[in-house]
Design a protein around this ligand. Structure first.
Ligand code: 5GP
Length: 195
C-alpha cells in the first residue's frame, strides 16, 4: 500500500534493536484518514470472504480494527491482556510473549463474544516474531470459530512471524512489509522495493 509506505518513510523512526516507531500516526497519535484508507484496502483484499467478526488485541490494535470494521460492517472483539493468574469465568485464554515489552502475559476473551458460528478476520498493527498473532490464532482455534485470515498494517519481514504464519496455511495480508531498516541513516527498505 503505497500511501502507507510513503508515510512510514516520512514519519517512521528507526530505533535500535530493529524497532520502528510509528507513534505519530499509527499507535499513539492516530491518523484516522490514513486508517480509513487502511480499512478500504483490507476490505478490497478480503473481498468475497464471509467475515462476520474482527478480532484484535489491546491496546494498539483496537483503533485500527474499529475503523477497518466500518468497511466490513461487523463488530470488533478485542482480546484483553491480563496479569491475573486465576482467570475466572467463561473465557478462552492463551499466552503471549511481548516483543516490545519483553514479558509474558495471558490473553483472554469472553466465550460470549466468540464461538463456532464466527468467521474471523484478525487485525493488528505490527507483526514481528508473531507471538501476538499466534496468541489470537490460538484463541480462535479454542473457540471453534473459523479463521478467514489476518490483516497486518506493518510486517517486519526480517523477523520470523510472517513466514511462520504463512507456513501454517493462514492467509496473511500485510499492507507494508519492511525488509530492512538502518538505524544510522534511518533508511527503510520495503519488500516490493526490491523487485
Ligand atoms: P510480535 O508478537 O509479532 O513479536 O510483535 C507484535 C507486537 O509487538 C505488536 O502488536 C506491536 O505492539 C509490537 N511491536 C513489535 N515490533 C514493533 C516495532 O518495531 N514497533 C512498534 N511500535 N511495535 C512493535
Amino acid at each position: 500500500m503505497q500511501l502507507l509506505k510513503d508515510r512510514i518513510r516520512k514519519d517512521g523512526i528507526v530505533r535500535e534493536g530493529g524497532v520502528l516507531k510509528v507513534d505519530s500516526f499509527l499507535n499513539h497519535q492516530m491518523d484516522i484518514e490514513l486508517f480509513e484508507e487502511i480499512g478500504k484496502e483490507f476490505r478490497r483484499r478480503f473481498e468475497g470472504e464471509e467475515i462476520n467478526k474482527i478480532l484484535t488485541i489491546e491496546a494498539s490494535g483496537i483503533g485500527i480494527a474499529c475503523i477497518v470494521a466500518q468497511y466490513f460492517h461487523v463488530p470488533v472483539v478485542f482480546v484483553k491482556k491480563t496479569k491475573t493468574k486465576n482467570i475466572a469465568g467463561d473465557v478462552y485464554t492463551s499466552r503471549v510473549e511481548s516483543y516490545t515489552h519483553g514479558r509474558v502475559y495471558d490473553i483472554i476473551v469472553s466465550k460470549d463474544f466468540l464461538g463456532p458460528e464466527d468467521k474471523v478476520l484478525l487485525i493488528d498493527d505490527f507483526l514481528a516474531n508473531g507471538c501476538a498473532l499466534l496468541g489470537l490464532i490460538d484463541i480462535v482455534k479454542k473457540s471453534g470459530a473459523t479463521l478467514e485470515g489476518a490483516g497486518i498494517v506493518i510486517e517486519k519481514g526480517f523477523q520470523t512471524g510472517g513466514k511462520q504464519i504463512r507456513d501454517m496455511g493462514i492467509r496473511l495480508e500485510s499492507l507494508a512489509i519492511v525488509e530492512s531498516m538502518d538505524e544510522e541513516s534511518g533508511e527503510i527498505v520495503f519488500r516490493d522495493d526490491k523487485v
